[in-house]
Design a protein around this ligand. Structure first.
Ligand code: AMP
Length: 482
């Protein structure tokens, strides 16, 4: 779909994972492993582009990494070379040209081959895209990422890195990028460092990944996170760091800690698991419930529930069991099946909750669908009271920087106050962690606009990167995997 309406960013959303490696003959297999570790960041499609010094090789396919690059797939053998980049795409609604949407994108530009993969979301994509189309660019996809390729292609700068910098100076939004060109692996983070990008070392090879769990799987050590606004250029001669943008205070996405990242990842020096436990503990300090059990909504609520249980001194029990084999493409055969669809993912464990007062802990409430169903499930399994505790403040604003949240009018907390939400989801009580409590859990004294700050726009509406006029409150993402 070609999006030329400046207010219609509906198809431009990408919440994804990126991975890149330079300096090993096993670049593509390492990339497949890295993408596998990052599968939670995107399940719709996966792609790898490799380079052997002369030629680019690519495979992109719908579905999980394992379906495209797992055992029995011949694709890895064809992806030769000492450099590779890869991408997992977040679930979006079907598009008839879906294959053309799958990253990494690669093209033959004036200076040679150029491949690019992007995690994030550009806020001025619609405007840039229409001006590029008006002046003759032919887009293959509806993705905002392709705009960067066109800007690099059109740049009059001499070197690839200068062309890329020239392109990046024209874009606004959140981006972590990995690129391959001219026997270089390039990694870049946007000037506020909204999305993660970590640098690692595996022997002589350098690795770039959205999260450190992807370094672990390939046996790479964490070197450091890229700084906000930093570009690293990796060649046979080593690594060079460039700071093309004026220094700004970091605004790393706090939702990465709450929900998005894997608990075994370390982001910006903080372990995600411990951050989630600390958030749960702070939530208990703020809103302790008188109850017999703490039950997590698995999997995302588990670390916060552990922290809550420890701080509140209430026993922790797995009162809900999650089925991990639920697939996106599962076809529900009957209407009854559709009505019971929540049971395909979660089922109550009556042996633990019957006759008990339960505190349910989840990471977030978006539309309220999950909470409503899970509270009812707890009651049906015999819980006598259900107190819901949420390890994030109320989600009142859409994300324009790469996390898939719906329009404001679908966000339950944008429409109802806390008592009304409690009533709507059927809970005996409901509490969210406060924004200051969240910052305290992250080791900051509270939210201080003059101090270290995260991007917390989904909770506060304080958008650190300007939005195209008309965007606020509007859905920018397309579909989701919930
Ligand atoms: P909802 O059912 O709409 O209230 O969504 C809340 C549930 O979705 C929580 O259990 C979260 O773990 C999960 N969740 C929150 N944000 C996202 C997201 N961006 N993508 C997928 N799932 C999410």
């Amino acid at each position: 779909m070609v999006t030329t309406n400046p207010f219609d960013d509906d198809h431009l959303q990408e919440e994804c994972a990126v991975f890149g490696i330079f300096g090993t003959d096993e670049a593509s297999i390492n990339t497949a492993l890295g993408l596998h570790a990052l599968q939670h960041r995107g399940q719709e499609a996966a792609g790898i582009v490799s380079f052997d010094g002369k030629t680019f090789f690519a495979h992109r396919g719908l579905g999980h990494v394992g379906e495209n690059f797992g055992a029995g797939s011949s694709h890895i053998a064809n992806l030769v070379g000492h450099v590779a980049i890869g991408h997992n795409r977040y679930s979006t609604s079907g598009n008839s040209n879906a294959l053309l949407e799958i990253q990494p994108f690669s093209s033959e530009l004036a200076f040679g081959g150029f491949a690019l993969a992007h995690n994030g979301n550009l806020t001025n994509a619609a405007r840039l895209r229409s001006s590029l189309v008006e002046t003759g660019s032919l887009f293959q996809s509806s993705s905002d990422t392709e705009i960067i390729v066109h800007l690099v292609a059109r740049s009059h700068q001499d070197t690839v890195t200068d062309r890329l910098i020239d392109a990046l100076k024209q874009i606004e939004g959140a981006y972590s990028l990995v690129c391959v060109a001219k026997d270089m692996l390039i990694g870049v983070r946007d000037p506020l460092g909204v999305r993660p990008l970590v640098l690692g070392k595996q022997g002589d090879a350098y690795v770039l990944a959205s999260e450190s769990c992807a370094l672990d799987i390939v046996g790479a050590e964490i070197v450091r996170d890229l700084d906000p606004g930093e570009m690293v250029v990796i060649t046979k001669a080593g690594i060079k760091s460039i700071k093309p943008f004026p220094a700004k205070q970091s605004r790393f996405c706090i939702f990465e800690y709450i929900y998005f990242a894997r608990p075994d990842s370390v982001l910006e020096g903080r372990g995600v698991y411990h951050a989630r436990k600390a958030i749960g503990a702070e939530l208990a300090n703020e809103s302790r419930a008188d109850a017999d059990l703490v039950v997590p909504v698995p999997d995302s609520g588990v670390p916060a529930a552990l922290g809550y249980a420890e701080a509140a001194k209430i026993p922790f029990e797995l009162g809900i069991i999650r089925n991990h084999y639920i697939g996106r493409t599962f076809i529900q055969p009957t209407q009854q099946g559709r009505n019971d669809s929540v049971k395909m993912k979660h089922n109550a464990n009556p042996a633990t909750v019957r006759g008990k007062r339960v505190v349910l802990v989840d990471d977030s409430i978006v539309r309220g669908t999950t909470s409503r169903k899970i509270v009812a499930m707890m009651r049906a399994a015999g819980a006598t009271e259900v107190h819901m505790r949420i390890a994030s403040p109320p989600t009142t604003n859409p994300c324009f920087y790469g996390v898939d949240t719906p329009d404001k009018d679908q966000l339950i907390a944008a429409k109802l106050d806390i008592d009304a939400i409690a009533k709507e989801i059927g809970a005996d009580s409901l509490a969210f962690i406060s924004i200051d409590g969240l910052y305290r859990a992250m080791g900051e004294g509270g939210r201080n606009p003059d101090g270290p700050q995260f991007c917390d726009a989904c909770f506060t509406g304080d958008y650190p990167i300007k939005l195209a006029s008309g965007l606020s409150g509007k859905r920018v993402s397309h579909g989701n995997s919930r």
